[in-house]
Design a protein around this ligand. Sequence first.
Ligand SMILES: C[S@@+](CC[C@H](N)C(=O)[O-])C[C@H]1O[C@@H](n2cnc3c(N)ncnc32)[C@H](O)[C@@H]1O
Length: 372
Amino acid sequence: MLSTTHTIHHTDSRDLNMIDSDSVDLVVTSPPYPMIEMWDRAFADLNPHIRKAIDEHDGRSAFELMHQELDKVWSEVARVMKTGAWACINIGDATRKVGDRFQLYSNHTRITNALFSLGLDSLPVILWRKQTNAPNKFMGSGMLPAGAYVTLEHEYILVFRKGNKRVFSSPAEKQNRQTSSFFWEERNIWFSDIWDFKGIRQPLSHSALRDRSAAFPFELAYRLVNMYSVHHDTVLDPFLGTGTTSFAAIASCRNSIGVEIDDNFDGLICSGMDSAVPFANYYVSRRLNDHLKFIQEYEERKGKTKHLNSNYSFPVVTSQEVTLALNYVREVLRENGTYRATYEEDYSIRDVSSSPPFPNTTLSKDQLTLSF
Ligand SMILES: C[S@@+](CC[C@H](N)C(=O)[O-])C[C@H]1O[C@@H](n2cnc3c(N)ncnc32)[C@H](O)[C@@H]1O
């Protein structure tokens, strides 16, 4: 039976000694954001000089010291990545007044330089557009010139690769890569450099609880996992938070390792595992149903495609999609501290009329005791 494992370590990811060097195929993560106030305490816990720099209104030193703590994680991340593995880092820049100086702290530039210095190659980034219509979104001198600032309405997904391109050499590796393919129409959206999740059906994934924990949308993690890894790969998130990356790995038939310093998240992730199964299966069925809709419209406009997917017997646009397979999750069980997901080998197309809640969002506020 197909299965994957999902390990969660409640420890500090500045030291990843429990993970072997050259063992991870993909990193998907979002660190605490330097110079965003909600993370000041977390950074000050890592290095007390950070609190001192903020108190002394020395924003530049605080920014650099915060990044020096993240650098230790990036160094570990680079060590555990295999040659050819990818790292996708979601980060936003910060605007902040420290003392009497208001300025931008360019987190994405600092992290890009850090990974570049570690020898990773930087690749085209994705802008995650988070447009806001809030009336107070403009900062500065209003309608008077030379004193206003444009609004930050995007975050980055920085993309890196360690060393040369990954090689799929054996027939089994090649077959697994084909099975892990995505649809042509998904490629056209996923590989564009601006992502805007408005209009994406993500049941409850933006609840207040998830916003409080700075979780990224499931769709973000799910796309990255499917774009940059194949079935049964190992995906690492060194800043796991609510477990979104692990849930995305479960839904995508990948193994995962999550590291999170705050063990208050453990209960949250554990309860989320129950709803991970219906949620993952909803995502799988939705992709299949969306494909059926797409192909119907495509064939009406362009005529019959030349290719048929052998698992589902539906038309696909290219020959790369003919053995594409999406696995439904059977169950997720906790075994000796690790979660084990098993999968159905059933290539039916299920109904998507009801959308289950995203893992974790059914918890009440009282059940969530995060420490910030
Ligand atoms: C931006 S949040 C990640 C949210 C996550 N992507 C999600 O979807 O829930 C950053 C997380 O990193 C954790 N963290 C901060 N410093 C850490 C460290 N040194 N080691 C491990 N985790 C850390 C924080 O507790 C927080 O949960």
